[in-house]
Design a protein. Sequence first.
Length: 112
Amino acid sequence: MKFQKGIIKVYESFGILNLFCPYRPNGSYLLHFELFEEKIVLKMLLDLCKGEGWANMTDIKVNGKSMEKIDGDFAANIPEKGTFEGTYVCKPEKIKEDLRKKLGVKYLSWVA
């Protein structure tokens, strides 16, 4: 990423929840379980994985330890402390617009 330090400052200033959009989730993430906003973003990403394909999440690390994959069991038992790292990339033909809108309604108070 060309301007990674700048992007980090933007996230620190505005908060990841104000900048995350379920319609454009592709990217790499470092999320802290104990931070409310970051946990909500993780929940949205996991819901996207559940609906669009678990294989969309790669380069996964939980508390610094590599994981080959995540699944519904991980989503149901998110740890209280530590970090999640991963890269979400969904191919255009697998995108589910209705799911992405539902996530906005559920987590971001979008109007249905």
